[in-house]
Unconditional design. Structure first.
Length: 294
């Protein structure tokens, strides 16, 4: 009976297993092999060992430029999105009439495809006819050329990212964590005369630390994968100010058709994300509180 149930179970998941093998595992293994080859689609792969990896780390200047820009992007957007999403979740956790409407309104930008959102913001950020600069002009401020300025291009992209992301999955996860906190903890704090700030630091933050950790891990991974928004709006410019790692990988693999080198860049990317995630998993023991854990 158990064997029959096991066979039935495998039959039910076989479509997913076949799809995973054909469209995920297979391409990953092929990419790993190509990363050790000189392969540009037009010619057959030639095994060159670690040369692609050595070239990326020692000779490709745009590699380090893209790494630097991606790190800057992560340092800029991850803290802002975490704080913004938590603040939005706290606001939307209030027991007020019509709060469901505001929760839906906050989440709607997250449903917008990143390409559509980028095109919308291209219009908003136009230096001469854009809405944002027009509003600034009404109060006597001359707005910059947002997406063509070396100084303002990355902050402009961060603005788009926050508009799309603050009311998204991070906010929902924080909201779920807030609603799981027992009211008795806040009632006891009120009896002790705790202020709102003290309750936030002593109760709210520790109790939702698993949600903070989860959002932090996924947020860092997502920040390193930024591509579509920069591809649509700036193409890595101006002067490589928004030339992120995923853009460099795309340029090498699908513009220059250096598939071998592009595969090596992808596996370096995977290794970096894996190491950062493992470090965060190790570090969580020092600050993440799990209720009921010994």
């Amino acid at each position: 009976m158990q064997r029959r149930e096991a066979i039935q179970g495998y039959l039910f998941i076989s479509p997913w297993l076949i799809g995973f093998a054909l469209f995920t595992l297979g391409p990953m293994l092929a990419s790993f092999y190509y990363s050790f080859t000189l392969y540009n689609v037009q010619t057959s792969p030639q095994f060159i060992g670690l040369e692609n990896y050595v070239y990326a780390l020692t000779k490709d200047q745009l590699f380090w430029t893209s790494v630097k820009r991606t790190l800057m992007w992560a340092l800029l957007t991850v803290p802002l999105s975490m704080v913004g999403s938590l603040f939005a979740a706290i606001l939307l956790n209030q027991k007020l009439r019509g709060v469901s409407f505001f929760r839906t309104s906050f989440f709607l930008p997250h449903l917008t495809p990143i390409v559509a959102a980028s095109i919308l913001w291209l219009w908003i950020l136009q230096p001469d006819i854009g809405i944002l600069n027009s509003l600034l002009a009404m109060v006597g401020i001359r707005g910059p050329d947002w997406l063509q300025s070396i100084q303002w291009a990355m902050p402009a992209l961060a603005m788009i990212s926050l508009w799309v992301g603050i009311g998204g999955n991070k906010m929902l996860i924080f909201l779920a964590g807030l609603q799981a906190i027992p009211d008795t903890l806040y009632e006891a704090a009120d009896i002790d005369g705790a202020t709102a700030w003290q309750k936030l630091l002593a109760i709210t933050i520790p109790m939702i630390s698993p949600a903070i950790f989860f959002n932090l891990v996924l947020g860092i991974i997502a920040s390193f994968q930024v591509f579509g928004m920069a591809f649509v709006t700036t193409r890595g410019g101006p002067a490589y100010a928004t030339y992120f790692y995923a853009l460099h990988l795309y340029e090498q693999a699908f513009v220059s058709f250096s598939m071998g080198y592009g595969s090596a860049l992808a596996w370096l990317f995977f290794a970096a994300l894996l190491l950062m995630t493992l470090f965060q998993l190790w570090l969580q023991k020092r600050w993440v509180y799990y209720e009921g854990a010994v």
